[in-house]
Design a protein around this ligand. Structure first.
Ligand SMILES: *Cc1c(COP(=O)(O)O)cnc(C)c1O
Length: 368
């Protein structure tokens, strides 16, 4: 082999399409409504903000590398053993830790057609190969996931509910998936939107984690808790997986202000309830009003909806995005998610929601 002229990353690294975050500004528009990253319009709990500010005097000290207070607060809130919880700098970090601990060259990790983009990125970064299992009606399909399993499969990533589709897999189906997976395969349940789901047949994964050796669940403070800027997530898993992740994570991966804010957020159930109630009302309203305009909306159980556009010139997702952006309404384009003619809209404030519907009505030449 000829000597390399400069350092080269491992092959998988350059196959990665870097994650493109939702836009946060619109050229020439002063006031924008950012509806592109599933942040909450209600913001964080005031108690979480106060706890964050309270840490300002102690920035010279390293945080508690075990995030003990936060794991205990989560344990209390959900009735879980804190020893089986790992906190991370966002659930993104936790998904990557799982990939790095369980995947390597020659291994495969499965995700679904419109699954969260962090899964293939984490898989490729670990040197492994992402395998796509087709969805049915924009919903993860247990049978296609099982059909994609090979001897090389080491991890199955399942966002439940999924982003950007908003659909979910009922608990019976998740259990059926788990039962049929080989016992050495990690079933990674990403429940970033669990708090928003109002369905009797949904379970985030706690029960399955508690009763098995190969299921992990991750959750985030970025969505209903409104703390996306702090980068905070947590994972619940069997002790042997928790042990592996604790060996490879950064020793101080979660910062002190984030720990303090997270503890306070866990203690403010009333704030979570307000966010949930706001979402329930406006998700239903948006689904109804946008549907009434003649656009297909995939039924969502999260805090966002997937809106499908016609192919007709002037009415495509691209055209809608241009008009909405010119009005300061920033939604998410979905080309990287293989949904080129759809937009994802985060449920926003009443004002933002009404403006989106009015703008879409204008685009389609209808009265809202
Ligand atoms: C937003 C989101 C997350 C959360 O990511 P953080 O790193 O915790 O901010 C995780 N999974 C899915 C599917 C998401 O949409």
């Amino acid at each position: 082999m000829p000597a390399l002229q400069r350092p080269e990353p491992r092959a998988g690294v350059l196959k990665i399409q870097a994650y493109v975050p939702g836009k946060s500004s619109a050229p020439g528009v002063a006031k924008v409504h950012k509806l592109s990253s599933n942040e909450t319009p209600l913001g964080p709990s005031p108690q979480a903000v106060a706890a964050y500010i309270g840490e300002a005097e102690r920035l010279h000290d390293y945080p508690d590398g075990a995030a003990t207070a936060l794991r205990e607060a989560i344990g209390r809130a959900f009735g879980l053993d804190p020893a089986r919880i790992v906190c991370g700098a966002g659930s993104d970090e936790l998904l990557n830790l799982v990939a790095h601990a369980y995947l390597g060259p020659g291994d495969e990790a499965i995700h679904t057609t419109h699954g969260f983009l962090v899964y293939p990125i984490a898989t490729l970064a670990a040197g492994a190969t992402p395998v796509v299992a087709p969805e049915t009606n924009y919903t993860a399909d247990v049978d296609t996931i099982l059909a994609a399993v090979s001897e090389r499969t080491k991890v199955v990533f399942l966002a439940n509910p999924n982003n950007p589709t908003g659909t979910y897999v009922p608990f019976d189906e998740v259990k059926r998936l788990h039962r049929a997976l080989p016992p050495h395969v990690v079933l990674m349940l990403d429940a970033a939107y669990a708090e928003y789901v109002r369905r009797n047949d949904y379970e985030a994964g706690i029960e399955l984690v508690a009763t098995s050796e190969n299921v992990v669940m991750c959750r985030t403070f970025s969505k209903i808790h409104g703390l996306a800027a702090l980068r905070l997530g947590w994972l619940y898993g069997p002790p042997h997986i928790v042990d592996a992740l604790n060996r490879i994570r950064g020793p101080f991966n979660v910062n002190a202000p984030a720990i303090a804010a997270g503890v306070a957020a866990m203690g403010d159930a009333a704030h979570v309830e307000r966010s949930r109630a706001h979402n329930e009302r406006w998700l239903a309203w948006l689904t109804e009003e946008i549907g009434r305009l003649g656009l297909a909306v995939t039924p969502s159980v999260g805090n966002f909806l997937l809106i499908h556009f016609p192919e007709a010139k002037g009415r495509t997702a691209k055209d809608a995005d241009a008009l909405l952006t010119s009005r300061g309404l920033i939604l998410r384009r979905l080309e990287p998610y293989r949904l080129p003619n759809a937009l994802r809209m985060t449920v926003g404030s009443e004002e933002a929601n009404r403006q989106v519907v009015a703008t879409l009505a204008e685009l389609l030449g209808k009265s809202a």
